[in-house]
Design a protein around this ligand. Sequence first.
Ligand code: SAH
Ligand code: SF4
Ligand code: F3S
Length: 471
Amino acid sequence: MHLPDFKEARTRDIRPYKRVEFKEDDAVKNKYQGKTFYLKTYGCQMNEHDSENIEALLTFLGFSKVNSYMDADLVLLNTCSIRENAHNKAFGMLGRLKHLKQEKKDLIVGMCGCMAQESSVVDSILKDYKWVNFVFGTHNMYQLPTIIDKAIEENKQQIEVFSREGDLIEGLPVLRVNDYKAYVNIIYGCNKFCTYCIVPYTRGRERSRLKEDVLEEVQKLVNDGYKEVTLLGQNVNAYGKDLYDDYTMANLLEDVAKMGIPRIRFTTSHPWDFTDEMIDVIAQYPNIMPSVHLPVQSGSSRILKLMGRRYTKESYLELFHKIKDKIPGVAISTDIIVGFPGETEEDFLETLDLVRECQYDNAFTFIFSKREGTPACRLADPVPLKEKEERLQRLNEVVNHYFLENNKKLVGKQLEVLVEGISDKKNMYYGYSATNKLINFSSQRDLTPGDLVVVTIEDAKTWSLDGAAVE
Ligand code: SAH
Ligand code: SF4
Ligand code: F3S
């Protein structure tokens, strides 16, 4: 049993780590053949990708996947801590599982992911959710087969959460959701400690994977015919800093681009580490998609300082325009928080002003959510929730306006689309353009997910475009 200690999780020291190759434990291979699992994933792409590893580990144990938790012998929640509603969703699901377990005594229930790293969550599991069979943390994923086997064999609650990152595990099995687009981790953790954010505590300090390991994984994807790869990290721009003196995100992007995979994406970029070299490489290689997610969080330099974001409104705008000027046709998206503690109407107007200048192609907007243990949690927060909700609504009206305006500019243009499937609308395919626009389109030819087709855009909506494939 390892219980999380949030105090330790919050320590900022950089610890040495080893690269360790994952070894399968043959003793448990296929031990649970005939049993089924249901895996529910909350949160970001990092969690989605972790779930691809988790599915492979469960499959190794012999479990097979079902699509409803009602039909499963084992239910696992891969959780997210980023905002209160993510928390509430996971606890709501636990409530439903409690009922199910009363009818189905043998049901095995587990929790993993970012919430498992929080001492308060694990305390409440120990106290009020004694029926939960196991909990493991983000740094313990590789132990999944042993933890589940022990929980079942010993019929005793297992809690395995390391508070801080340990070794960097390579070679975990993976069952990818798609056979044409794939996530590839390049860096784990975060050292930025933005004052509102819980991620550095749940994911540990920054650890880059060796460039050889990343490139080998991409090469395999190329060999398997994948069309798109998304390089993942909480701050991908910090790639390599902990490992190399002279190999950066710009070098990695270039090396990946040279491997010839048709589409390369990367997320997320913190404005702080976005270098000129990166911009040049993105501009130079046509297979690096001209699509940059550049979270701004606020347009007020005063609030940005309180957030610990390390840039001002002015320096953000300078970077924004440099990216716009140097990368032809680039689309920039962002994340914005309204109602950070102490945000005044003037601060908020600065955000609206910045949004009008940047005219983002996409934006994820949130109301500040207090995360226990973060510095922002202790700040005075006099603005009532109702006012914050109004700010969010006003912000959304402005960002939505520009989504539509940007989309309208694409009507009549021909865009390359990576086909994802058939959309709800009858006879319409859907997929994403290079700049990550959702496109619904008709086609005379039969298409399969993973095809790259050129689509003429006929109509613009706020969140999507309609068109027809060029035959
Ligand atoms: N590493 C990424 C962010 C990952 S979290 C980055 O820095 O770009 C995704 C988004 O969630 C953040 O950009 C932020 O806008 C939002 N977020 C994080 N913590 C939050 C909180 N406490 N309340 C509201 N939104 C938050
Ligand atoms: Fe959170 Fe900031 Fe790190 Fe992003 S950069 S994960 S917002 S601490
Ligand atoms: Fe959530 Fe953890 Fe991702 S807190 S956003 S799942 S890193």
